[in-house]
Design a protein around this ligand. Structure first.
Ligand SMILES: Cc1cc2nc3c(=O)[nH]c(=O)nc-3n(C[C@H](O)[C@H](O)[C@H](O)COP(=O)(O)O)c2cc1C
Length: 276
């Protein structure tokens, strides 16, 4: 891309970020009293399994100060599987539904979300989670279940996920990769053209909950991933790329304090700077 085209893209990105809530007289579909879209995506027809919810059994770090201080990105994972209860907790921490507001107006979840639209779906490439076949899954938050969309060898999944995630090979060496899709109309129905900026803000909360939950569990690590090839991710889960598309991801794996040196290598390029 030439410099002028790059600058134009930068400007349009800045304009997109700018908040102009009151400038535009938007008449949303909600104001037009058009029917509200479903609160969650219907199951896609895969084999369903319920997930354990006795989260109190997990050995959490109780000290919030310690949990927040220890929060970090981890890109080096051990080969140890992630326990099913911990995995189930991480799904719930990101998108779990606590109750429904009104008859079926909105879901109230473990994360905050503009207007409680919760316009996201959570898909997972599971490579190494205790009790789960390696494969591609869809999380069903209403019932706290997973549905299996397709089995695959862990190595094949790792390669697929790695190339869809902008060739960041470390992403695929863990136990699972979370893929976040957006179903834009769920938010557009209420917020029209303001929906998209809000959705990106909303998405940050989901992954922050994942980071904090991993930090409280101590033995699992995560790293958010924005550098990805959306079309390749959509193809993995059979999404249409218009009414629903993947735009964000996070890797997950077991971690060990012995790997800190390997972890530091990701920023080895700063070493020369420190020595100057
Ligand atoms: C929205 C978002 C996108 C990110 N995308 C990537 C990514 O694609 N690749 C990567 O290696 N790290 C990614 N990261 C991790 C950041 O580089 C990391 O949070 C940052 O270096 C600070 O490190 P810390 O999380 O350990 O505090 C992302 C983080 C966020 C919040």
């Amino acid at each position: 891309m030439d410099e002028q085209a790059t600058n134009e893209k930068i400007l349009s990105g800045r304009n997109f970020m700018r908040a102009r809530w009151s400038d535009e007289e938007i008449i949303s579909d909600q104001m037009k009293q058009l029917p509200q879209p479903p609160l969650v995506k219907a199951p896609m027809g895969g084999e369903r399994m319920s997930l354990p919810r006795d989260f109190k059994r997990l050995p959490f770090t109780q000290d919030i100060l310690q949990v927040l201080t220890a929060r970090k990105s981890s890109r080096v994972y051990t080969h140890e599987p992630v326990a099913l209860l911990a995995f189930s907790f991480l799904l719930w921490a990101q998108q779990g539904i606590k109750s429904v507001r009104g008859k079926s107006y909105a879901t109230l979840r473990t994360v905050a979300c503009g207007g409680a639209r919760h316009e996201f779906e959570l898909y997972i490439a599971v490579m190494n989670v205790e009790g789960l076949k390696p494969g591609l899954y869809h999380y069903l938050p209403m019932t706290h279940e997973l549905e299996l969309l397709g089995e695959a060898e862990a190595a094949q999944l790792g390669a697929m996920a790695g190339s869809a995630l902008a060739d960041q090979p470390w992403c695929a060496r863990g136990a699972a990769v979370f893929f976040y899709s957006v179903v834009p109309y769920r938010a557009e129905w209420r917020y029209s053209s303001n929906a998209h900026r809000v959705a990106l803000i909303d998405a940050g909360h989901i992954t922050q909950n994942l980071y904090v939950a991993c930090s409280a569990l101590n033995k699992v690590g995560t790293c958010a991933i924005a550098a990805l090839d959306g079309e390749a991710c959509d193809a993995m889960f059979g999404l249409d790329g218009q009414e629903e598309f993947i735009f964000y991801a996070a890797a997950l794996g077991s971690i060990s304090p012995n790997d800190q040196e390997k972890e530091d290598l990701f920023y080895a390029f700063l070493k020369d700077e420190e020595e100057d």
